[in-house]
Ligand binder design. Structure first.
Ligand code: GTP
Ligand code: MN
Ligand code: MN
Length: 604
């Protein structure tokens, strides 16, 4: 190794050779002013948050302890799917749904972008672990970044710093994650509050299991342990090793008889995972506890059941719409402080506010850092504004959330945001049919990604932006997973839609805490205690089969929410066919068979 005169570079608290070499290589390329190894201590948090306050990135909140308001650059507010690449050697391995670039070409391009990109900044080295530190094989990573915002956020979202580094030994495997905001500073140049670059790349190298991110400071693009590692790269590892990395919440449902069930659910971004994960059941005697709100890694246990672990340690939740009525447990979590709020509004007394929190105050500072009043005619908070808060503060956190063995999953829910066609809940016939439901999952687009909102697109298993390889191979992996266990031990798969609308455009189903009624029905189906109607699309409850006691909704709306409308489904078929055509040759035959059988049942 060459001796580079960069302060901090040679005081690495590890003897891990590959890590040291990589850190040197990156420092040489990006030429930061200094190198700091993140240890995850309170002292470090205080130092970095103070630095962010001084830089104007953070404003300390007066009404919440140890919490901060941040406003991003208005051009850096969401994941950039157009700029997200799967750089497999063979373009076939990126498949029909990902953007592909040749790995050597991408590395050449990005190396030039990275050259000198940390000038005038500090380069942080963040060792982290996704999932429990006590796992037999801890899932390690190292993020190198020039953003203090990233270091602070990674501390909330992952197990990082010294406790993670302790797991590296001298040769443990890890995923190198390189991140830069792409905003070098010249001598004496004044920094901006949210450094970023108009050129953005979020690149994944599945064969070598590396992540290179450039130009964005925003969550999903910059906190590389999250979507990039725990979904895109982990999905590839899962394919190779026989497990599943999914965009799923994990919740624990406790019945009035104290029976415990674990449920995983995949909904596209901004379609209700965090809400369902922290649900307060409206039906007496039932309780929910939370294990995760975004990502689940699921592996077979020795007993043949599928066990889920949440790789994260924090919640990066959508802020608008969150309040004491919709998600009181999220409110209680953030009330405890230690939270970073990005792109919400700031109140005059130093608290946060966003749309959905009731009556707006007379004056706010908007996420654009402009004066805002209720007459402003624009939103005070960006629709994809987020809170970043430690899971440990959640009052209904399940005590087993950190268990390296995970929890056995009884049911998997797939769901999307559809104003028509998809009933409130449908139970699949078997694993393959459930995989078909997941593979054809559709949803109206939301603000969580850049682009038009409200367009129906297929979002298989809510993983469209996160499958790190060929989507058809991913479906085959799901089908194969179902063959690896006794059918009786596999989770039952359900398809839900909280977002169906009526003639006045009203939601037909009240949602939120009332979704516990759907959870209850699903569990009773598994227990063989609830009835359902067999329909062409699967098993659907009649209104009598659902527990509707005390539910404040019209019978007409509820019946419309449950209805299987043959005409709407017949109109759906060509969309599914078009989607399957896009998948090409690799589409598993069993999914083609499912489609043929569905068509036959609809026409029969
Ligand atoms: P990511 O964190 O981006 O992956 O999204 P998420 O799936 O966690 O989404 P979240 O739970 O934050 O949902 C965000 C939006 O869904 C908000 O606008 C909520 O108000 C709305 N929402 C959640 N649950 C329900 C529901 O049961 N009914 C209705 N109508 N809206 C809901
Ligand atoms: Mn998500
Ligand atoms: Mn969420």
């Amino acid at each position: 190794m060459t001796a580079l005169a960069i302060p901090g570079l040679d005081s690495a608290p590890t003897a891990h050779q590959r890590l040291l070499e990589w850190v040197h290589e990156v420092a040489e390329l990006t030429t930061p002013d200094r190198v700091v190894w993140a240890d995850g201590s309170d002292e470090e948090w205080e130092r970095l948050t103070a630095k962010l306050v001084e830089a104007g990135t953070f404003t300390p909140l007066k009404q919440k302890p140890n919490s901060f308001w941040a406003a991003s650059d208005p051009g850096d507010v969401a994941r950039v799917e157009e700029r997200t690449f799967i750089c497999s050697v063979d373009p076939q391995d990126a498949g029909p749904t990902n953007h592909w670039m040749d790995p050597a070409e991408m590395k050449a391009t990005m190396t030039e972008l990275y050259r000198g990109c940390m000038r005038g900044r500090t380069m942080y080295v963040i060792p982290f672990c996704m999932g429990p530190l006590d796992a037999e094989k801890p899932m390690l990573g190292v993020e190198i970044t020039d953003s203090e915002y990233v270091v602070v956020s990674m501390r909330v979202m992952t197990r990082m710093g010294s406790k993670a580094l302790a797991k590296f030994g001298e040769d443990a495997d890890f995923v190198p994650c390189l991140h830069s905001v792409g905003a070098p500073l010249d001598e004496g140049q004044q920094d901006v509050a949210w450094p970023a670059n108009e050129t953005k790349y979020i690149s994944h190298f599945p064969e070598t299991r590396e992540i290179w991110s450039y130009g964005s400071g925003y969550g999903g693009n910059a906190l590389l342990g999250k979507k990039c590692y725990s979904l895109r790269i982990a999905s590839v590892i899962g394919r190779d090793e026989g497990w599943l990395a999914e965009h799923m919440l994990i919740l624990k449902l406790i019945s009035p008889e104290n029976k415990v069930y674990y449920i995983a659910a995949a909904f596209p971004s901004a379609c209700g995972k965090t809400n369902l994960a922290m649900l307060e059941p409206t039906i007496p005697g039932w309780k929910v506890e939370t294990l995760g709100d975004d990502i689940a890694w699921m592996k077979f246990g020795e007993d043949g059941r599928l066990y889920a672990v949440n790789p994260e340690a924090g919640f990066f939740g959508v802020a608008p719409g969150t309040d004491w009525h919709t998600n009181p447990n999220a409110m209680r979590t953030i009330e405890r402080g230690n939270t970073v709020f990005t792109n919400v509004a700031l109140t005059d007394n130093g608290d946060i506010w966003w749309e959905g929190m009731g009556e707006p105050p007379a004056h706010l500072t908007s996420w654009k850092k402009e004066d805002w009043t209720p007459d402003s005619g624009e939103l005070s908070s960006h629709p994809n504004s987020r809170y970043c808060t430690p899971m440990s503060q959640c009052p209904i956190l399940a005590p087993e959330w950190d268990d390296p063995n995970g929890v056995p999953i009884s049911a998997i829910f797939f769901g999307g945001r559809r104003k028509d066609t998809i009933p409130l809940v449908t139970e699949s016939r078997d694993w393959n049919h459930g995989t078909f439901m997941g593979a054809t999952l559709s949803s109206e687009t939301t603000a969580a990604a850049k682009g038009k909102v409200g367009v129906v697109r297929r979002d298989p298993m809510a993983m469209l932006p996160f499958i790190g390889y060929n989507a058809a191979d991913y479906f085959a992996h799901w089908i194969a997973t179902g063959k690896r266990a006794d059918a009786a031990k596999l989770p039952k798969i359900f398809y839900v839609n909280w977002f169906r609308r009526g003639e006045e455009n009203q939601f037909l189903w009240p949602g939120f805490g009332e979704n516990s009624r759907v959870l209850k029905w699903a569990i009773e189906r598994i227990e063989g205690k609830a009835a359902a109607q067999e329909t062409p699309i699967g098993y659907v409850p009649t209104l009598a089969d659902l527990d509707t006691e005390g539910l404040d909704a019209s019978q007409e709306d509820l019946e419309a929410a449950l209805k299987v409308n043959r005409e709407e489904w017949l109109a759906e078929i060509p969309l599914i066919e078009e989607w399957f055509d896009k998948m090409g040759e690799k589409l598993p035959t069993s999914l083609k068979d499912e489609l043929a059988a569905l068509k036959q049942r609809l026409n029969g």
